[in-house]
Ligand binder design. Structure first.
Ligand code: ADP
Ligand code: ZN
Ligand code: MG
Length: 607
């Protein structure tokens, strides 16, 4: 129940159609079809009669259906079929079966004139139906180009469409500078070829989700004024075996045809994962697709003028073959924006919106550490939506600040009923976090404490780092663990051992992960400098048991060390709360009354 930060969840689309299902469907349809087209007369009694008898039955309203066939006329009445001869040239109206004024309307079928189609349907109908269904499914599964289902789904954005320019990408100056080179090459390829320079064929754009990788690739195309093909790695994986590779071939041949051009492969980690590490199906498919990309890139000569830009937020899971010289050997890292860049991004996104006169984007950027460009965009958008909903003419600073919290922690759930006893526990729990963190210098300052349920949290303590540090010291990590322990300690101190709740489970989980990282990943403790976990997840988010490469003996040592760190943090936190028991009580009671305590109010307790 401490601060929570929204993480982007990647969705894996998988739209494979089960072939067995298709077969079943076709079979069912064929059965249905042959029933429709088969003759209805099989079990009925045939009675040869003169034509006049059928005509008078027709007029009297005694018939159900009349079939005008080649050599005969059949009329059904219950279980009887009356059959009369018909001369070849007699039409429905010649025979008088088109009378609109008869007693009971009768269905008249002109079978003879549709003879050809009748035959077609009887025999070819099911066949045609199968072909049709097959084509339809292929079209759905494949490209959208009829039979040509290996053809690439990549969207072609031509010059006039790609209006994005570097100016639309705020911050990220270094990345832009590097990409300028590429733009220049695309604009004046001759200059480079003449002097004998080898231009990179592949650029790997690396950055957390929402940092503007796609936007940046688009801007490169926009600046260079060249066509831009984009396809997402997960789109490659979506289809039948073998099609992925043919899509790649198609994509590259299209791009070469209208070069200079850019191919943008988003989420390349979906196909470019290290081989041999694949799980489940789709593995072969991925490998074939990956190989085809490599083959195509190797086939580029210096005059193809096609540049492949790929984006990923997990560069370390990529297959080494992708990163070899001549392939994606250029790496452009797009960092999370710093405070200044966040301000610039916000400035881009308030364009075209009705803003109140007094807007402080600097304040906003200070309150959004760790926000990506995409999140900042959604802050502005959320603020616009709420303002409109409340019939405001402009977007105020308050609306923006409110939106920051909403984007960070989910919407407030003010109407959620909370038992009074639980409200108390939550309040003390949160104040426990806040107070312990406040008393430890290395902790980030407390920005806000709230017991209004929000997103998935019953209450929360929100920290705001003064400055954004790149490195984390041992002290700093340990301080965080202490802060995380604060909640459980408070519950235990105030309500007793037996009353502690599940509310601390997320805190403990996170504290454990940090402690594990300190021990097994950063070599910060007595256990030594060996590193036992791999650096393939985001900071402090490792799963220590995945790809275990240490002995049972070491495992025991790690576990013991982790527990020791947690206990130590618990002890320090307890001492702080005991020592400041009065303040602890006071803040908790105030929080129960006010529901929210902000930074200023909180710091006033210690003035
Ligand atoms: P990624 O591909 O890295 O996940 P996107 O390029 O899709 O991120 O970014 C999503 C949206 O976030 C963009 O359309 C843009 O509106 C906004 N955005 C991200 N970074 C920036 C930036 N540096 N400047 C302006 N807008 C940005
Ligand atoms: Zn908590
Ligand atoms: Mg993207």
């Amino acid at each position: 129940m401490a601060k929570t930060k929204k993480k982007h969840v990647r969705k894996q689309h998988s739209k494979k159609t089960n072939p067995f299902l298709i077969l079943l469907l076709v079979a069912a349809l064929v059965t249905g079809a042959s029933q429709i087209f088969s003759d209805t007369s099989s079990k009925k009694e045939r009675k040869e009669v003169p034509l006049s008898e059928i005509q008078s039955l027709y007029a009297a309203g005694g018939l159900e259906e009349v079939f005008i066939d080649k050599g005969e006329i059949r009329a059904t009445q219950g279980d009887v079929i009356y059959v009369a001869n018909r001369l070849p040239y007699e039409t429905v109206s010649d025979l008088g079966f088109d009378n609109k004024d008869i007693a009971v309307p009768v269905e008249v079928y002109d079978v003879a004139s549709s003879d050809f189609w009748d035959g077609v349907f009887k025999f070819w109908g099911p066949v045609l139906l199968i072909i049709f269904i097959f084509l339809f499914l292929m079209k759905k599964a494949g490209s959208g180009g009829g039979m040509n289902f290996g053809s690439s789904k990549a969207k072609l954005v031509l010059d006039k469409d790609s209006k994005t320019k570097f100016a639309d990408v705020a911050g990220a100056e270094e990345a832009k500078e590097e990409l300028m080179e590429v733009v220049d090459f695309l604009k004046h390829p001759k200059k480079y070829v003449k002097i004998g320079a080898k231009i990179p064929k592949g650029i790997l754009m690396v950055g957390e989700p929402g940092t503007g990788k796609t936007l940046m690739a688009r801007a490169v195309a926009g600046e260079a004024g060249v066509p831009f093909f984009s396809i997402s790695g997960s789109e490659f994986i979506e289809m039948f075996v073998g099609v992925g590779a043919s899509r790649v071939r198609d994509l590259f041949s299209k791009a070469k045809k209208i070069s200079p051009s850019i191919i943008f492969i988003d989420e390349i980690d979906a196909i470019g994962k290290q081989r041999g590490k694949g799980y489940g199906g789709g593995h072969d498919e991925r490998e074939q697709t990956l190989n085809q990309i490599l083959t195509e890139m190797d086939g580029f000569d210096n005059e193809s003028n096609v540049i492949v830009i790929a984006a990923t937020n997990r560069p370390n899971v990529l297959d080494k073959a992708l990163l070899r010289p001549g392939r994606f050997d250029r790496r452009v890292v797009i960092e999370m924006p710093n405070a200044e860049e966040r301000e610039q991004i916000l400035t881009v996104h308030i364009q075209g919106k009705e803003m109140a006169k007094k807007i402080d984007l600097k304040e906003l950027s200070k309150k959004t550490p760790g926000f990506s460009g995409a999140e900042l965009e959604s802050v502005v958008n959320e603020a616009a939506i709420t303002s409109a909903r409340h019939n405001k003419k402009t977007i105020s600073q308050e609306a923006l600040l409110e939106a920051v919290e909403k984007v960070m922690m989910g919407p407030e759930k003010k109407s959620k009923k909370v038992l009074e006893k639980e409200r108390q526990i939550i309040a003390y729990h949160e104040v426990g976090h806040a107070l312990v963190s406040h008393k430890i210098d290395e902790c980030d300052p407390v920005h806000k404490i709230s017991i209004v349920a929000r997103g998935g949290a019953a209450g929360l303590t929100w920290y705001l780092p003064d400055e954004e540090s790149q490195l984390h010291s041992k002290q700093n990590l340990f301080a965080r663990i202490c802060g995380l322990m604060g909640g459980r300690i408070a519950e235990q101190m105030k309500f007793g051992d037996d009353a502690i709740t599940t509310g601390a489970s997320n805190d403990l989980e996170r504290a454990t992960k940090i402690a594990q990282s300190m021990v097994a990943r950063f070599g910060m403790t007595g256990i030594g400098l060996s590193v036992f976990t791999q650096n393939d997840e985001s900071f402090l988010g490792v799963d220590i048991h995945q790809g275990k490469n240490y002995s049972e003996n070491t495992a025991q040592k790690i576990e013991a060390e982790v527990e020791r760190i947690l206990q130590k943090a618990y002890k320090i936190g307890s001492d702080i709360l005991k020592k400041n028991n009065k303040t602890f009580e006071k803040i908790a009671q105030d929080l129960l009354a006010k529901e929210v305590i902000n930074q200023k109010e909180f710091e006033a307790y210690f003035a």
